[in-house]
Design a protein around this ligand. Structure first.
Ligand SMILES: O=c1ccn([C@@H]2O[C@H](COP(=O)(O)OP(=O)(O)O[C@H]3O[C@@H](CO)[C@H](O)[C@H]3O)[C@@H](O)[C@H]2O)c(=O)[nH]1
Ligand code: MN
Length: 384
């Protein structure tokens, strides 16, 4: 379609990665929130993962290009492998990552709105995530002036020149104003706490350092790390919830060399990212998180995770991945074996989890037969 010159006669800018990025939204409600995001999201394709009752109709505002999958669709597409996709939990969003055909994914919750920066300007969170993903990370040596690739910043004195090329960025983890992503105990103790602090920084999380990844405002390079972004077995029929994003988050990060001091739900992605020399960034952009979920319901979902994570961290501090694991899939299969061997004794859930990890990768490869590019240790990639 011919692009129309705008009245100001400036060449209409084509949004960055317009045809290379999908926006994945897990939802149980109508998507009126998109009205606020329209200026920023309308050019992009949406993948809506409808959770809960598939007979319910989800209303999507006019003018958006989207595909919508409910539980019946997931079951039809994956058959028995649909067992690895959580039901009645936001973890279902990872089905959207699997069916996408794009290089990049941005996922956002339907209670997250456009935030304003301190100057009062509306934040285009998607464009900031894209900037984060398209610029390198510095996981191997910390730059004290934060993101050296940002306008008006650079590497500081003493930063090794051999490391200034940086690593490919696999994940961009955004933050939230208003309702922070607190666990249930913290929510219960601090029910009125709101995050009003806008920190104008993007940091690379150093190699071998854990971080609790929140799925509310998150972007990643699907070709580099997609198969590791499994949001785990949560929700209906599972003894744990609200550890979906943690699970995926720590799988892209932790360092092979320093051993995995990672919590189960996080270890798989962290392992793989550091193992394969990729970077994870956190900080800008902010969204406005409008609604606190019920802390009592959250406590019921989280309590096993809060308890188990104290047992699980030592397990991951001693786990390692063999150097033959040069693809995300191979890393994931190896991790699932270790989860079964060493964590199955904590609770039978981990045997189910380990099996679900394998099913997830099999389903991923079934829907993405071309497979994920093999990411070499230095982060450069070559197609299969
Ligand atoms: O059963 C469900 C419940 C919700 N959703 C959709 O998932 C997101 C998040 O839901 P909500 O905002 O109600 O919950 P939060 O506690 O704020 O979610 C954050 O906590 C983490 C728990 O996993 C999660 O990563 C964060 O998103 C909304 O879009 C709901 O519509 C669902 O699909 N199924
Ligand atoms: Mn929310």
């Amino acid at each position: 379609m011919a692009s129309k010159a705008s009245s100001s006669s400036s060449i209409p800018s084509t949004p960055l990665l317009k045809d290379e990025l999908d926006i994945v939204i897990p939802t149980i409600r109508n998507l009126d929130f998109l009205e606020m995001w329209r200026p920023f999201f309308q050019p992009y394709h949406l993948i809506i993962v409808q959770d809960g009752d598939p007979s319910k109709t989800i209303k999507v505002p006019e003018g958006f290009d989207y595909e919508l999958y409910n539980r019946n669709d997931i079951n039809r597409i994956l058959g028995p492998k649909a067992s690895c996709i959580s039901f009645k939990d936001s973890a279902c969003r990872c089905f959207g990552y699997m069916v996408s055909k794009k290089k990049y994914i941005y996922t956002i919750d339907d209670d997250c709105f456009v935030a304003k920066d301190p100057s009062g300007k509306e934040i285009n969170a998607l464009q900031q995530h894209i900037k984060n993903l398209l610029s390198p990370s510095t996981p191997f040596f910390f730059n004290t002036l934060y993101d050296p690739y940002r306008e008006g910043a650079d590497f500081v004195r003493g930063y090794p020149f051999s490391l200034r090329e940086g690593a490919k960025t696999a994940v961009s983890h955004g933050l939230w104003l208003n309702i922070p992503d607190y666990d249930a105990p913290t929510q219960l103790v601090k029910p009125r706490e709101r995050n009003q602090r806008y920190v104008d920084a993007v940091l690379t999380i150093p190699k071998g350092t854990l971080f609790p990844m929140c799925g509310m405002n998150l972007a990643f390079d699907r070709e580099l790390i997609g198969p590791a972004m499994y949001f785990g077995l949560m929700g209906d029929g599972q003894p744990i919830g609200r550890y979906d994003d943690m699970w995926a988050g720590w799988c892209v990060k932790v360092s092979l060399s320093n051993g995995l001091n990672a919590f189960l739900c996080s270890v798989f992605c962290e392992v793989i990212c550091d193992h394969l020399g990729l970077g994870v960034k956190t900080g800008l952009p902010y969204i406005w998180h409008s609604k606190a979920s019920n802390p009592f319901v959250n406590l019921k979902k989280e309590y096993n995770g809060i308890f188990w994570q104290e047992d699980i961290i030592p397990f991951f501090q001693s786990a390692t991945l063999p150097k033959e694991c040069i693809t995300v899939q191979k890393c994931y299969f190896e991790l699932s074996k270790q989860v079964k061997e060493k964590l199955g004794k904590i609770d039978p859930y981990f045997n189910k989890l380990a099996d679900a990890m394998v099913t997830w990768i099999e389903a991923w490869d079934q829907l993405n037969p071309s497979g994920t590019a093999t990411v070499l240790a230095n982060g450069s990639t070559k197609g299969k």
